[in-house]
Design a protein around this ligand. Sequence first.
Ligand SMILES: [Zn+2]
Length: 98
Amino acid sequence: MKEKLMNWIITQIFLSDTGVHEVYVHHSSHKLRCDCSGFSARNTCKHAKFVQSRMNDNGGVYPVQIDNSADKEASLASTDDPKAFRELLLNFGKIEAL
Ligand SMILES: [Zn+2]
């Protein structure tokens, strides 16, 4: 189970009228998943579509936006650790409102 979770990397945190939602990308298949109810019902949602279109515009990689105040070394170190990376996004990432 732990190994499985490690394969999903957070891309973007959204603030919606339904709450806070997180979109993850699978490290090898590049499939997306979101934790909103729309995604669990339809296997797609506006959050996943937003991430997908940004990835398409950026050569398949999501352009994560991290605030300049984040510690550079911590930012770099966290790219190998999905849990640390999520912390970084929560603290310094740009939250999209959808
Ligand atoms: Zn969603």
